[in-house]
Each structure stands twice: as C-alpha cells, then as structure tokens.
Design a protein around this ligand. Structure first.
Ligand SMILES: Nc1ncnc2c1ncn2[C@@H]1O[C@H](COP(=O)(O)OP(=O)(O)OP(=O)(O)O)[C@@H](O)[C@H]1O
Ligand SMILES: [Mg+2]
Length: 333
C-alpha cells in the first residue's frame, strides 16, 4: 500500500521510502527494510513518523492586518438539521483558517455543504439555502466557493499548464511570429489536439521562438520556461503560480493524468491563486491534505494563508494533526 499517514506507516512491518525529492529529482529508494531498522534510519519520512514533535510543526502564518481586522467578525449558522445533525449551531470567526475534524461519518462534509449552500451566490440561490434555520454575520461574507477536488481534466492531452491557461497564451505567441504569418499557420495549428498532417508537423517544427519550437518547449521544465518568456509577463505570471506551489520541476508537456495525487492537488491550489482572488469570501476545502506528504503541508498552509490575507475565510475538513494544530479555530465533531 502507498501511504502518507504516519500512524499507518508506523504499524507496517516493512517500509520502502522513495525520494529524495519529487519529479526528476526523485525515483530513488531512500530506505528499504523492517520497521525496526526504519525507526533508526532518520530519513525525512521516518523522522516525521517517529517524532513526537511532528504535529507541533509551526507553519509561521503571519496574517495580514486586513485579515486580523476580519477576525473580529463571526459567522453563525443556526439550527442545522441534516443527516446526523439536529438543531446544530456552526459558529466560527472570519478571516481565519477554520478546521472541522472528526472521525469518518461524523458530519464534516455535511457541515461544509451547509456552509457552502448558506452563502451560495448565483442562479436560484434560495434553493441552496436549506438545512438550517438562520444565519448571523452574513454581511461580512459576499459568497462561498467550494474548491473542487475532481479530476483536473478528462482530456488526455491536457497538462497543468493547459489547466491554468498557459498554453492558450503560448499558442498566441507562436501564431503571432512573422514566420507563422508567412506560412499561414494559425493558433490552432499549435494545439496538441489538432490532428496535424505530416506536412504541417514539419512546418510547425520550423517555427521557433528564441530558437525553440513548440516541441522543444514541451520538454522544458516550468522553471526553465519562465526564463524564456521575458517579453510575455502573462505567461510568466501563470507559470509563476505553478512554481509557487512547488511544481517548477514539471515539464511543460507532462500530461495531467500522469501527475501524482499530491501534484494534482498542488495544481488545483495554483489554479486558485491564478484566479483573481475574491475578498470577504468563504473558501471551502474538503480534506485539502489528501495525497499530500508532510513536506507538502507548508505549501498548502501558505496558499491558504494567502487566501485569508485578502479578508477571506478558509473552512476545511481535515484530520491531519499538523493542520488542526495550525488552524486558528477548531471544531471537533
Ligand atoms: N444524502 C444523505 N442521506 C442520508 N445520510 C447521509 C447523506 N449524506 C451523508 N449521510 C450520512 O451523514 C453522516 C455524515 O456524513 P458526512 O459525509 O458529513 O461525514 P464526514 O465527516 O464528512 O465523513 P468522512 O470523514 O468519511 O468524509 C454519515 O453517517 C453519512 O452516512
Ligand atoms: Mg467527508
């Protein structure tokens, strides 16, 4: 079994740890052997599994002044009656990281769903406002967002860069080059979805930006590509979000369906950052640490703090002690 949960690892008889890092810098066996030997091995993961202090890791969140001011306000959803709840009051401070924890089936997702519905904005919003009696403090929250955990894309050629709209802009760059215009090549010719004939494949290979064809670009990492697009701040900005969540080592051509679970989760975080972040909103995430290793948690917390700093509130359901301990307000079911 593949597992990040420290309690499960600690109860295994035999452990294989991969590393040392992700992507190109990983793929090696860092440790392999019995749990007794693993305890003494002091690898990054064994240190985490066998240290009492791991759950006390401090992620050094420094909330902005605006977020602190927001913390004076609370939101209360009263009289929640749904699934296993009868007349339950959900109350938490705004401008904070709020964590709902509890065993399987205790109602974490139910509460997230109620909160989402209560602050939903859009068509037929009244239909979503069900399962509770009243709400207080709503004047300080404009709307709710549920951060989607579904598949990144069902399109086989999709990449993290397509997901963030980077390829759209890169194709514009290639289509606007003088050679492209001369050869009558349009933006669509530079798409991976187009079934280009052999002739146009050869033509496209000839179109170079800074001596790089689209195919050369696909083999480059995000870190490398950022340097190439000095003249296109929009490309740099979008790639920057992937870099910020620690995915700079991925190549531009790597398909979304080949990403690891934790990498896919990071791409979703990059997407949140790439959209213009709202203010005074409630962002809801159901088990954001799913698939993440201890070493990924600081990045997750950093992104959530960035959201909060714009006067938003982040409401999560989560049982990882590192995240429970680092949240501003805890609700234990
Ligand atoms: N649509 C439904 N109809 C009836 N019961 C439901 C429905 N949805 C959830 N439940 C029940 O309500 C309880 C709470 O479910 P919920 O999904 O909120 O738990 P959870 O804390 O998120 O669990 P998990 O940790 O497994 O995600 C469970 O007992 C579940 O079986
Ligand atoms: Mg749940």
């Amino acid at each position: 079994m593949v597992e990040h949960n420290k309690d499960i690892i600690a109860n295994a008889e035999y452990v294989v740890e991969f590393g040392p890092e992700a992507g190109r810098n990983g793929g090696k066996i860092v440790f392999q052997g019995t749990i007794e030997k693993y305890k003494k091995a002091k690898t990054p993961t064994s240190k985490y599994v066998f240290s009492e202090k791991a759950s006390e890791v401090d992620y050094e969140r420094n909330p902005s002044q605006k977020a602190k001011a927001m913390q004076k306000h609370t939101l209360e959803i009263k009289g929640i009656t749904r699934n296993n709840f009868k007349n339950f009051n959900l109350k938490f401070p705004l401008g904070s990281l709020v964590c709902i924890s509890g065993n399987i089936g205790t109602g974490k997702s139910t509460l997230l769903g109620i909160a989402y519905g209560a602050l939903f904005k859009g068509k037929d919003a009244w239909k979503h406002r069900v399962g509770f009696k009243s709400i207080e403090g709503k004047t300080h929250v404009r709307r709710s967002y549920f951060v989607d955990q579904s598949l990144l894309s069902s399109i086989p050629t999709s990449t993290p860069a397509t997901y963030l709209g980077v390829w759209e802009v890169i194709r514009d760059v290639y289509a606007s080059l003088p050679q492209s215009k001369k050869m009558k090549l349009k933006k669509s010719h530079f798409s991976f979805n187009t079934q280009n004939g052999k002739e146009s494949v050869e033509l496209i290979e000839k179109i170079r930006y800074k001596k790089l064809s689209i195919n050369d670009l696909m083999k480059m990492t995000i870190d490398e590509a950022i340097g190439v697009f000095n003249d296109f701040p929009l490309v740099q900005r979008k790639l920057g979000f992937l870099q910020e969540v620690g995915l700079g080592y991925l190549t531009l051509g790597q398909k979304s369906k080949t990403l690891s679970g934790g990498e896919a989760q990071r791409v979703r975080l990059a997407k949140i950052l790439s959209k213009k972040l709202g203010d005074r909103c409630l962002y809801i995430l159901d088990i954001p640490s799913r698939g993440l290793h201890l070493s990924d948690l600081p990045t997750l917390v950093k992104v959530m703090q960035k959201i909060i700093d714009k006067t938003n509130t982040v409401l999560i359901a989560e049982n990882r002690e590192e995240l429970i301990n680092n949240s501003d307000f805890q609700i234990k079911l």
